[in-house]
Design a protein around this ligand. Sequence first.
Ligand code: ADP
Ligand code: MG
Length: 319
Amino acid sequence: MSSEFSLIQQYFSRPTPDVVLGVGDDCALLQSSPNMHLAVSTDSLVAGVHFFHDADPALLGWKSLAVNLSDLAAMGATPRWCTLAISLPEVDESWLAAYADGLYHCADAHQIRLVGGDTTRGPLNLSLTVMGEVPINQALRRDGAQVGDAIWVSGDLGDAAFALAAIQGQLQLSEVDMASLAQRLHAPVPRVSLGLALRQIAHSAIDISDGLLADLGHILSHSRVSAVLHYAALPTSEIVADLAAHPAYDRCVLAGGDDYELCFTAPVAHSDAISAMAEQLDVRLTCIGEIVADGGMQLMDADGQPMQMVQMGYDHFVS
Ligand code: ADP
Ligand code: MG
């Protein structure tokens, strides 16, 4: 059986260019850049809570880093370094090799270096800390939304939640549609370049990990503002649009977790720049509403009539 040290050596010690000192000593040594704030965030994935025990380890490797990168994206931070605290019930070398491949695949795609961590025995738990850099005073915070801002969302809403609903047997999808939605659930692509492009454009941003209403709700409460949302504007993939009559539709699109899209607010004067950014980055960006002074979160139907969020189970968002 391998020692903890040889496991680290074998699976988590790939080269880290540009790092003063990476894995192997008591601490990593990192050189931060002048005039930058360090953005730091930790997210854990717990077996049985965030993923199934038999989940594909390579996808878990990708996702455990991707969800953390999504937080850096939401701050407008450039990914730099990460650490991994992993707790394993047993040493399964093929599992570890696949997990490490998935993790490094995501790390290489986003230029973030694994510089340290901790390896212990225990219930399967993957905890990553990411560090990124953002120019002083340019971070995209939750408390920056202003009355009059347009509210935008990237990508499509509800794909991951519908994938999970299908896995749980709540609906039947064709094989092709299932593969497409499952990809969004298991291998989310963090919106890192969008976050960087939104520096000095967006007033506030958050990543959608708990559902649009909950996460936009955080922007509203931190910024002490309200919002009007237009139901008909909510962006969905063709697959989810075809499910509009399904009883889970509103829950998946408005409150579904795991999409890892960005929700941000920006002055209306930047709308053209944001549309140009969508073209340039090849990412769908949709204006879904506006920030207003009062009223909590109001959802309007296609005729401009308020919709009853209480009936949808979102009574805690009604002021
Ligand atoms: P210590 O007992 O001094 O904390 P460890 O044996 O926990 O040292 O770790 C040895 C080195 O390996 C450290 O540099 C640590 O950051 C790194 N390390 C441990 N586990 C991991 C891991 N899962 N991924 C990356 N680096 C790790
Ligand atoms: Mg240690």
